[in-house]
Write a protein that binds this ligand. Structure first.
Ligand code: NAD
Ligand code: DAU
Length: 352
């Protein structure tokens, strides 16, 4: 094997795209996917590559230090790409403890295992931590987040991600662990769990259910196609400089209400429904507590230093994403049965 890599959270939304990319593009790499399979993890996301000889799936918790150390001993990892996390802001508001545990303590346990396994042999090793633009807080109507923007997290989710970023940098400065961090904007694409805005609205339009838009729908997000994020992760893993941070974004800002309206137009067309029928489902609901107004990324550092830019145009990526969810009704049905219904009721029925 040319390299041995631990990918955490590889059964989730972004992780599954990263695992697929690495397994297919680098058949000489051993890829070990460590995932606890929480409600957000789904091995169905990886059916097409699970038979590949250099791919190994391990069901386990990043909080399990003994397991993580055993995996380091068994597979002699050269790199870690750490995506495992609790990732949904609304859940972090109602149940913050899990976010502190997985995102902060879980990251600490992985860092500690890498430090121990790589002591004195750090050359050629890399601990790559995947983070979010939300650590920078909220922008007003203008400006962009750069790598120098001060941290100002405002939700338990973003605070836990900020805490994990700080720990990763502390391991670089204190122990010389070779680390790199990327902070990315909102991803969209196939396999995203339908608690997040785009797949939630696709699912609700399909079933003619209300589309819950928080507040007035004025909040702005910068959307990036998930495979472009996976491509950026590939570039940073191979060419990023240890100790550095790179911001990743789509240069593609949308107000939530405009995005949802655009989705309604595409869905009417795809489902053969009368123009304007899905828009009637839009329902303004109680705002998210501490709702950040706007995120937008300056991704010039990764462009100038590593040559990465997004390649999928939003029109193409968005229409393709809608098409994927409509063609994969079974996937959507499976992930929205059971516990999802309880989550949906507790999150939304009090709001509408
Ligand atoms: P996701 O919620 O879809 O997937 C998370 C995965 O981590 C799941 O497979 C889950 O089973 C696994 N996991 C959770 N806790 C675990 C634990 N204790 N041990 C092992 N596995 C565990 O998340 P996502 O949207 O794919 O995000 C992946 C990463 O990218 C996260 O770190 C997130 O903060 C970051 N990120 C996400 C976005 C986005 O728009 N989704 C943007 C920027 C950064
Ligand atoms: O910016 C990167 C972040 O993007 C990632 O770090 C997070 O893991 C990811 O979940 C995402 O966070 P957001 O909170 O921006 O994504 P979400 O899809 O939950 O919401 C997008 C916007 O839509 C946000 O302004 C809240 C709003 N919203 C969301 C939901 C679920 C609604 O108006 N209604 C909804 O039902």
């Amino acid at each position: 094997m040319e390299k041995s890599i631990l990918i955490t959270g590889g059964a989730g939304f972004i992780g599954s795209h990263v695992v697929r990319r690495f397994v297919k593009k680098y058949p000489d790499y051993r890829i070990v996917n460590l995932d606890k399979l929480t409600y957000a993890g789904n091995l169905g996301n990886l059916r097409d590559i699970e038979h590949m000889p250099a791919y190994v799936f391990v069901r386990g918790d990043i909080m399990d230090g003994d397991l993580v150390e055993r995996l380091f001993e068994q597979y002699r990892f050269d790199g870690v790409i750490h995506l495992a996390a609790e990732s949904h802001v609304d859940r972090s508001i109602s149940n913050p403890l899990e976010f502190i545990q997985t995102n902060i303590i879980g990251t600490f346990i992985l860092l500690n295992a890498a430090k121990k396994a790589w002591a004195g042999q750090e050359d050629g090793k890399l601990f790559y931590h995947i983070s979010t633009d939300e650590v920078y807080g909220s922008l007003g109507d203008t400006g962009l987040f750069t790598e120098q923007s001060p941290y100002d997290p405002r939700s338990p989710y973003s605070a836990s991600k900020a805490g994990s970023d700080h720990l990763v940098r502390a391991f670089f400065h204190t122990y010389g662990l070779p680390v790199v961090i990327t902070n990315c904007s909102n991803n969209y694409g196939p396999n995203q769990f339908p608690e997040k805005l785009i797949p939630l609205c696709i699912n609700n339009i399909k079933h003619s259910k209300p589309l819950p838009v928080y507040g007035k729908g004025e909040n702005v997000r910068d959307w990036l196609y998930v495979e472009d994020h996976a491509a950026a992760i590939d570039v940073v893993f191979h060419r990023g400089k240890a100790g550095e941070t790179y911001n990743i974004g789509g240069n593609n800002e949308w107000k939530n209400i405009d995005l949802v309206r655009r989705l309604c137009t595409i869905m009417d067309r795809e489902l053969g429904r009368a123009e304007g029928s899905s828009e009637k489902l839009i329902t303004f609901v109680k705002d998210r507590a501490g709702h950040d107004l706007r995120y937008a990324i300056d991704a010039s550092k990764i462009r100038d230093e590593l040559g990465w830019t997004p390649s999928v145009h939003f029109d193409e990526g968005f229409a393709g994403t809608v098409g994927w969810y409509l063609q994969n009704g079974q996937w959507l049905q499976e992930v929205t049965s059971g516990d999802y219904q309880k989550y949906y009721e507790s999150q939304y029925l009090r709001k509408t």
